[in-house]
Design a protein around this ligand. Structure first.
Ligand SMILES: Cc1cc2nc3c(=O)[nH]c(=O)nc-3n(C[C@H](O)[C@H](O)[C@H](O)COP(=O)(O)O)c2cc1C
Length: 268
C-alpha cells in the first residue's frame, strides 16, 4: 500500500526522541516532500491539532516520564483525529525502564482512530544526565540509529506487503493496564543560574511549558516546570545547573542503579 504522506510527530525537550523518529524515517527511504516533521515540543506548536486520513502514516515518538506518556500531552493526543491511519508508536527512555508507556501510547492512538501497526522503545540520554553524573550519555548512539533505520525499513516492508489498510495486523506491545505509576511530576526549585548567564533567552525559547521568564531567566514557574532539563542542556553558556534536592538525588540513583546499557526493541 502506497502512503500519500508521512507525518513524524515528536515531543522532545532534549532532542533524543526527535533524533530517533528521524532515524526511523530515514530507514523508510521516503521521497522528499512526502515527510513532514511536526515537533510539538513548544506550547505554540501544541496549539495546532493533528488530523490524518487512511492513506497517510503517522510515526510518533515521545519520551517516557515516570514510566508513562508525559501527562502534559494528554490534551494534544486526545484531540488527534484519524480514520484507520496506520501508526508507528515510539517511546524513548533514559535507560531505567519504559514500563507501560509504549502500551499507553499505542492505546491512545488506537482510541483516536489510528491503526497501530508497529511499536518501539529506544534509549536516549537521560534528561537528568550531566557530564559529572552521566546516564545513557550520547544515546541514541550510532548503533541505536542504525537500529532505528532498520526498523524504518521493516515498517515500509509491512506497508508494502498489503494493498489496503484492512489487511494490516495491529501490533501487540509489552505493558499492562491499568498503567499505574505517577503522572504528576515534582514541584521543585531545582535549577541554579550562575553569573555566566547573559539573559540570551534560549532557555525560555526551548522550555516546553513556557515556565522560564523570557525577561529574567532566573525566574522559573515551579508549577509549570516539568523538570525536563531542556533549559539546562541547551544553555549556550552552561549557566544552568541542578541544585541539590530530589532531582539531583534521582540523578545520583540513576548512575548507580542503571549503568548497564539497555538495548532498543521493536514490535511489528
Ligand atoms: C520527569 C522525567 C521523568 C522521567 N522518567 C523516566 C522513566 O521513568 N524511565 C526512564 O528510563 N527514563 C525517564 N526519563 C528520561 C527520559 O525518558 C529520557 O531522557 C528521554 O530520552 C528524554 O527524551 P527527549 O530527549 O526527547 O526529551 C525521565 C525524564 C524526566 C524529565
Amino acid at each position: 500500500m502506497e502512503m500519500k504522506s508521512v507525518k513524524l510527530v515528536c515531543f522532545s525537550p532534549t532532542g533524543t526522541s526527535k533524533r530517533v523518529v528521524q532515524g526511523i524515517a530515514e530507514g523508510m527511504g521516503l521521497g522528499l516532500g512526502t515527510v513532514e516533521l511536526i515537533d510539538i515540543t513548544t506550547p505554540a506548536a501544541r496549539k495546532q491539532s493533528l488530523s490524518m486520513s487512511d492513506n497517510e502514516l503517522l510515526v510518533i515518538a515521545v519520551p517516557v516520564y515516570m514510566g508513562r506518556v508525559p501527562a502534559l500531552l494528554e490534551e494534544w493526543l486526545g484531540a488527534m483525529q484519524a480514520e484507520n491511519t496506520p501508526a508507528v508508536c515510539v517511546v524513548v527512555y533514559g535507560n531505567r525502564a519504559y514500563e507501560n508507556a509504549l502500551l499507553e501510547l499505542r492505546d491512545v492512538v488506537a482510541e483516536r482512530g489510528f491503526l497501530p501497526i508497529a511499536g518501539a522503545a529506544y534509549i536516549g540520554e537521560h534528561s537528568f544526565s550531566s557530564d559529572n553524573a552521566p546516564t545513557a550519555q550520547g544515546r541514541p548512539n550510532a548503533d541505536d540509529l542504525r537500529h532505528a533505520r532498520e526498523f524504518g525499513g521493516k515498517v515500509r516492508d509491512k506497508l508494502q506487503s498489503v494493498s489496503s489498510h484492512t489487511q494490516l495486523a495491529e501490533v501487540t506491545v509489552p505493558g499492562s493496564f491499568p498503567y499505574e505509576g505517577r503522572t504528576n511530576l515534582w514541584d521543585v526549585d531545582f535549577i541554579s543560574v550562575s553569573d555566566e548567564c547573559v539573559q540570551c533567552g534560549v532557555c525560555a525559547e526551548v522550555c516546553p511549558m513556557g515556565a522560564v521568564d523570557p525577561d529574567n531567566s532566573s525566574r522559573i514557574d515551579q508549577v509549570k516546570c516539568i523538570t525536563c532539563c531542556a533549559c539546562i542542556k541547551k544553555c549556550p553558556h552552561n549557566a544552568r545547573t541542578m541544585k541539590p534536592g530530589p532531582v539531583m538525588d534521582a540523578q545520583n540513583r540513576l548512575i548507580t542503579l542503571y549503568a548497564e546499557p539497555k538495548q532498543p526493541e521493536y514490535y511489528i
